[in-house]
Each structure stands twice: as structure tokens, then as C-alpha cells.
Design a protein around this ligand. Structure first.
Ligand SMILES: [Zn+2]
Length: 252
């Protein structure tokens, strides 16, 4: 472990530790993903707790401890108008969980840091609907780390995808369209496949202009969650929480 680290970071994971501490996993700009012990942050009126919520962004000072860095100082950066309704927080938690799963410890990458930081801010921005922002955030993150699904050709017959419905099959990493037999997966309307393909071409502005209708939003969300779950081989617990909230009519 090198000497003290001064860096900017976005919180990806938080775990309670002992009576009042937390272990934080933070994506930093210049040191990549690091873990640190934040002493006393669960006490009421704790010094240093600001900016350390999930996806919070802070300027940090970390000092080497016995096996982990110890957080010596945290000063929040930005985060005005941070929304805290349950659907928004579940979306933020899902993005954080996916980023934590996709990124390894260390491996500094300032471009990736900016991407995660920008989407963290958008997801928590009270003026923006969280679920479309989540779709864009997960999509861009997957694209940046080279984990996009295959969206050019039918995974059954290798013919170019056509403008009709199909099914995203996580085990195949792409879409199967009839007349190929569809082995389960996430059903997608033609519009969903069109939007996924536009995003894969990097047309994120389309994603912002779109009216996310009652099929398009849950289908694109379900495709990305199924894809990331398969690629990461992990549950993505926040996706279950989000699904329960949506099921219960919490909207978003
Ligand atoms: Zn086919």
C-alpha cells in the first residue's frame, strides 16, 4: 500500500463494520477502485460522513492502515438537488452494484471515472426520471468496459436483425428473432430492439429524447439486468429491490 492518497471518488459499495464504522468501496479518478475503512461514520453528526452515501462524490484523503486505507477526510463534491425517493435510490444502488461488479480493484481509468461520476449525478438528480437514466447509465458502462450484448445479428441464424419482435437470451449474449426457435429469455418488442441497437451505435441522445413507454422501459431495463447478471455471474440484489418497488406501484 503506497503513501497517503488524495483523490476524488464515487462510492460504489458500503458495508457496516463494528459499531460505528463502515468499509467503503470507492472508484477514484487516479487510483482506480479502492477499499477503505471509514471510522465512526455511522455515529449521529459524524464528521466526514457527507458525500459518502451510495454514488456520493467526494474529495478524499486516505491514509494507509494495517490492511486497508483509512479515510482521514472527505469533502462532498456537487450533489445539489439529490433525490432520495425509493425508486431513485434503488436505481442508484443498481448502477453502483453493476459498476462494482464490472470493475476490478486498482486499474485507474479517468475516462471511466468521469463516466461513472456523470451518471451517478444524473441518477440522483431530482429533475431527471431515474429509470431511463438507469438504462442509459448501465448501457454506457457496459459499452465502456466492452460488455455490450450483440445487437447486429440473430444469435440463432446469424442473419441481420430485422424490424420485428424477438427475445434477448442472456446465455447467447444477444437477440434471437423468429422464425428461429426462441429459447426463453426476455421478450422484446420491435421498438425495444431498435432502441437497444441505436444505443449500441452510441446514440445516447436518442435515449434522452425518447418517450419511454410502458413496454420500452421495462424491456430495456430487463435486457440489461439479465445481460449483466449473466456476464457478472451475480445476483445484482438492487435489481430485485427495484423490481419489487415497481411491482408495488412506486413508479419512477
Ligand atoms: Zn434467426
Amino acid at each position: 500500500m503506497p503513501a497517503a492518497v488524495a483523490d476524488e471518488g464515487v462510492v460504489l459499495r458500503r458495508r457496516n463494520y463494528q459499531e460505528a464504522d463502515r468499509i467503503l468501496v470507492i472508484l477514484t479518478r487516479d487510483h482506480g477502485k479502492v477499499s477503505c475503512l471509514a471510522r465512526g461514520v455511522r455515529r449521529p453528526r459524524a464528521r466526514n460522513a457527507a458525500g459518502l452515501d451510495l454514488l456520493g462524490r467526494a474529495q478524499l484523503l486516505l491514509i494507509p492502515g494495517r490492511s486497508l486505507y483509512v479515510l482521514a477526510q472527505a469533502r462532498p463534491v456537487g450533489a445539489a438537488g439529490r433525490g432520495d425517493d425509493p425508486v431513485r435510490l434503488a436505481c442508484a444502488a443498481l448502477f453502483a452494484e453493476a459498476a462494482d461488479g464490472l470493475l476490478e480493484e486498482g486499474h485507474p481509468d479517468p475516462t471511466l471515472f468521469e463516466l461513472v461520476g456523470e451518471h451517478a449525478e444524473r441518477l440522483l438528480d431530482i429533475r431527471r426520471p431515474p429509470r431511463p437514466e438507469l438504462v442509459l447509465a448501465l448501457f454506457r458502462l457496459a459499452a465502456e468496459v466492452g460488455y455490450l450484448p450483440a445487437l447486429d445479428r440473430c444469435m440463432g441464424c446469424d442473419k441481420p436483425l430485422e424490424n420485428r419482435s424477438g427475445s434477448f437470451v442472456p446465455e447467447l449474449g444477444g437477440v434471437v428473432q423468429p422464425p428461429c426457435p426462441v429459447p426463453g429469455g426476455v421478450s422484446c418488442e420491435a421498438a425495444t430492439i431498435r432502441v437497444l441497437r441505436a444505443l449500441a451505435r452510441g446514440d445516447y441522445e436518442l435515449g434522452r429524447r425518447l418517450r419511454w413507454g410502458p413496454q420500452l422501459l421495462p424491456e430495456t431495463e430487463a435486457v440489461l439486468v439479465a445481460h449483466l447478471r449473466h456476464r457478472l455471474d451475480r445476483r445484482l440484489r438492487a435489481a430485485d429491490v427495484l423490481a419489487q418497488l415497481v411491482e408495488a406501484g412506486a413508479g419512477g
